[in-house]
Write a protein that binds this ligand. Structure first.
Ligand SMILES: C[S@@+](CC[C@H](N)C(=O)[O-])C[C@H]1O[C@@H](n2cnc3c(N)ncnc32)[C@H](O)[C@@H]1O
Length: 469
């Protein structure tokens, strides 16, 4: 059952009733961005642009508090956990205590342009971009999460009919609502300085800009306030904006918010890395690394400076013969722990810092050469994939005309940003690789390898008669 919407004109009355003050701004339609907040009247430096009482903030702690008041909700929360931070508190339920969010959610958009809400054909447009595998993985995870929550709630009949009404005799409509809630959460959640990840009504109506004119904070009364940036001036009628994160990759912006900011000052890209298939230490490396193995590349659009970073590539490129060792040790309470050693020193807590750990050893340039080669090959592989799907005709899409222009434009902008970035970083890595190849330690090592190989060939040649005999 879709939530009935409320006209945005009703928002000021809802805000007044719930103690939200925004005397000098109003919520309005902003072309291409849905709703947004614009200056309305004189600004007074001592008065925040918006003030939202702490009682309206929705996060894990406030959901726990709410569960204390409502035994039905407590039962549900006990069964399914905090997946329901937004879902349960905002539905219009004939059970449970109604709250301001039950109304507020009716002001929120009915869809968000994030790829999890694109059609299957639209998602094909992301082939060859860094979002291809991320979106597939998210769709699998969110479907599994939905199934798990439904299963857990199935023993609570009072909630079953409310949360999962079977429309058209199947559960796809309910799954879509779940995906929409996930999208609303990800595109509107704020990282508050004291309360952490939270949903804040009205402040979540503010759009993003690289040249943001405002920021949010929590004051001494734990209210969430929207304040003008000291270096900004907001003219009457002008949109008030905040920054959703200036250094976020275009892919992350599209994934979480459904748009890419063409004015972003930094372009970046994150790609997953896999250990070498024939590395006998591959499993141990993955286990001990703990974080996701990846490579990050970035370019500052102003200075054109290029950078890359991949702690896992360093770990990939050090081996037993270089001085890497894994040992299983017994801890003081009888448990067993995998510890990582580099040249006899326990470096378990510095596993993400092999770039520094190798620094003072002769072998460091050689390892760096391996790392640069690994990263360059990974980027080259991604570039070739991005280029091979650049033409719509190469995609197994049904009817291109059924796809929304916004999705086509966003996917094509993402592909262009990623392709350009990959090309410049690959060039840069090639220069670095050539320099490393000219390093005296590397030349000496490669020379010794050649000698060893030709000795081996010589030995093999002399063994030939033996083999024949
Ligand atoms: C926190 S909400 C902001 C309010 C939202 N515009 C609305 O109508 O409710 C974030 C969403 O606003 C839109 N948005 C924010 N900044 C934008 C921008 N610079 N360009 C395009 N869309 C933007 C995106 O849809 C994003 O997912």
């Amino acid at each position: 059952m879709a939530q009935p919407g409320l006209p945005i004109e009703a928002l000021p009355a809802w805000a007044l009733l719930n103690g939200i003050a925004f005397p000098h701004v109003k919520v309005a339609n902003i072309e291409g961005k849905g709703f947004g907040v614009v200056r309305d009247g004189e600004l007074k430096p001592e008065v925040p642009l918006m003030t939202v009482p702490n009682s309206l903030v929705l996060n894990v702690q406030t959901v726990d508090e709410y569960a204390k008041e409502d035994k039905n909700f407590k039962q549900l929360l006990g069964a399914v956990g905090h997946h329901l931070v937004l879902a349960s508190k905002t539905h219009q339920a004939p059970v449970g205590v109604s709250n301001p969010w039950t109304e507020y959610i009716k002001f929120l958009p009915k869809t968000v342009l994030v790829p999890t809400l694109w059609t299957e054909d639209e998602r094909l447009l992301l082939r060859g971009t860094s979002l291809e595998s991320a979106v597939n993985a998210k769709m699998t995870a969110i479907t599994a999460e939905f199934d798990a929550v439904r299963e857990a709630a199935s023993s609570l009949p009072i909630w079953n009919d409310i949360l999962w009404p079977y429309e058209d005799g199947n559960s796809s409509a309910s799954l879509r609502r779940w995906i929409l809630l996930d999208a609303l959460y990800r595109s509107r959640v704020l990282e508050l300085p004291k309360s952490g990840e939270s949903m804040v009504p009205c402040i979540d109506m503010i759009n993003h800009s690289t040249r943001a004119s405002a920021y949010y904070d929590e004051n001494a009364k734990d209210e969430v306030v929207l304040l003008p940036r000291p270096d900004s001036s907001i003219s009457p009628g002008e949109e008030v904006t905040i920054s959703y994160g200036d250094a976020k990759p275009a892919a992350e912006m599209l994934f979480s918010y459904g748009f890419i900011d063409p004015e972003a000052t930094v372009e970046s890209l994150v790609l997953p890395l896999e250990p070498f298939e024939d590395d006998p230490l591959a499993k141990a490396k993955l286990f001990a690394f703990k974080d996701l193995p990846k490579v990050l590349v970035a370019r500052d659009k102003g200075s054109s400076a290029v950078s890359w970073n991949s702690p896992f590539a360093y770990l990939m490129c050090v081996n037993e013969e270089d001085g890497l060792d894994f040992r299983v040790l017994q801890d003081s309470v009888g448990g067993r722990q995998l510890r990582v050693f580099w040249r006899e020193e326990d470096v378990t807590d510095r596993i993400g810092d092999f770039e520094t750990l190798i620094q003072n050893y002769e072998i460091s340039t050689l390892i760096k050469l391996r790392v640069v080669t690994v990263v360059q090959e990974r980027l080259q592989q991604q570039l070739e994939r991005a280029q091979s799907f650049a033409d719509l005709a190469s995609l197994p899409i049904g009817d291109v005309d059924l796809m929304r222009d916004e999705c086509r434009q966003a996917a094509s902008l993402l592909r262009r940003i990623e392709t350009d970035l990959l090309e410049v970083v690959i060039d840069d890595l090639e220069k670095e690789r050539r320099m490393l190849l000219a390093d005296e330690n590397v030349v000496a090592y490669l020379g010794s390898m050649e000698t060893a190989e030709s000795d081996l060939v010589g030995e093999e040649a002399s063994n030939e008669p033996d083999d024949f005999s």
